[in-house]
Design a protein around this ligand. Structure first.
Ligand SMILES: [Zn+2]
Length: 366
């Protein structure tokens, strides 16, 4: 069963034909006429029509950057597109003459990573996309958690510093002001301004001025071992890990998938994030640490996830007209790495039950 997934971003519309193993077998891209909702919708319809020409497809899914309502039909607000309370599902269906399913793009990416990517086999997953800001999506018990109005999963705007840096949302001290790509760049420029001698390599890559330093230059310098660039990743990764520990206090996921542009720096970001996570996690020492992994599907995740969610939403021809329920991840074996980790920790967990053992957080030894 083939499905089409469309990833609608602020700059480009990318669409692909996706098989049931999450593989993209054909792909098209074009730029987004972001200022005009009808033109954006036409661009979506155009790429889908082209793909429909060559393939037998059962479902069409759109993943778009913005707040999608709980009915998955209306785009309430899209920061980088002109959609405001736009009935996106209806508008695109009118142009295509076929049903479509609309989903938030981070939700689509998280779904793809949990089904086919870095979090395959896990049913409690949080995707944290570290780009210019921070996007996120939550999967609980194998199902996407959307919240009452479809807007769940915006931890980038949790306040981590009282009266901290001003955020685009109007509040101060939001997490994404400390743990995003923008934060990384701000850190590097500030350092170069204050200590040009210590930031020689960064300045060289940035064309001699602090304002010339951006994400790719910082990653390159850090890869070369430049101490100033490494320090920037330590700082931002540290904030990231601290925030993940706070999220684990609320949701206790098995696996965090770190996506977004900054995740291309890989372990440069994830090493300090894991260290901070393990320092900050509540009840640490008496619970397993969640996996923190880098996303695997890259920029294709949105296409793959939107296609797969649409496929799950369309009643199967074999299901005798029974309406499809919410998409669920298939139950899989208890992940081997987690099992290994628990087994390693078993002696220390057992010691809690013995006289003189240290009582875990909130628990009493018998
Ligand atoms: Zn904010």
């Amino acid at each position: 069963m083939l499905a089409i997934g469309v990833d609608v971003g602020g700059t480009k519309v990318a669409a692909g034909v996706v098989d049931e193993h999450g593989r993209i077998i054909a792909k098209l891209k074009r730029s987004t006429p972001a200022a005009s909702p009808p033109l954006t919708e036409q661009a979506i319809a155009d790429v889908v029509t082209k793909l429909l020409d060559g393939y037998e497809v059962t479902a069409i899914g759109l993943g778009a950057a913005g707040f999608v309502d709980a009915a998955r039909a209306t785009m309430l607000f899209a920061p980088n597109l002109a959609w405001r309370d736009e009935p996106l599902k209806q508008r695109v269906e009118e142009r295509l003459g076929r049903p479509v399913v609309v989903e938030n793009d981070a939700n689509a990416s998280a779904w793809a990573e949990a089904r086919f990517g870095a979090a395959r086999g896990y049913r409690d997953v949080m995707l944290v996309a570290v780009g210019t800001g921070i996007g996120a999506a939550i999967i609980i018990g194998g199902e996407l958690y959307r919240g009452r109005w479809g807007i769940a999963g915006e931890p980038g705007h949790v306040r981590v510093v009282p009266d901290g840096r001003l955020c685009g949302c109007g509040n101060r001290g939001c997490w994404e002001q400390y743990a995003s790509g923008n934060a990384l760049v701000a850190e590097a420029r500030e350092f170069a301004q204050r200590t040009p001698k210590g930031a020689m390599r960064l300045l060289q890559l940035g064309g001699g001025v602090p304002e010339g330093i951006s994400g790719p230059e910082i990653t390159q310098a850090a890869t070369e071992g430049d101490p100033a660039a490494l320090r920037c990743f330590q700082t931002v990764g540290g904030w990231l890990g601290q925030g993940l520990a706070d999220l684990a206090a609320v949701l206790d996921p098995a696996c965090f998938v770190i996506g977004g542009g900054v995740s291309e720096a890989g372990e440069l970001l994830l090493d300090p994030a894991r260290a901070a996570f393990e320092r900050a996690l509540t009840g640490r020492g008496h619970r397993p640490f969640a996996e923190i992994r880098v996303a695997q599907l890259g920029e294709d995740a949105g296409i793959v996830g939107a296609a797969d969610l649409a496929r799950e939403a369309v009643p199967s021809p074999l299901a005798s007209g029974r309406p499809a329920g919410p998409a669920r991840l298939r139950r899989s074996v208890f992940p081997a790495r987690l099992r290994a980790r628990l087994t390693r920790r078993l002696p220390s967990l057992l010691s809690l039950l013995s006289p003189g053992g240290v009582a875990p957080f909130g628990l009493r030894a018998p």
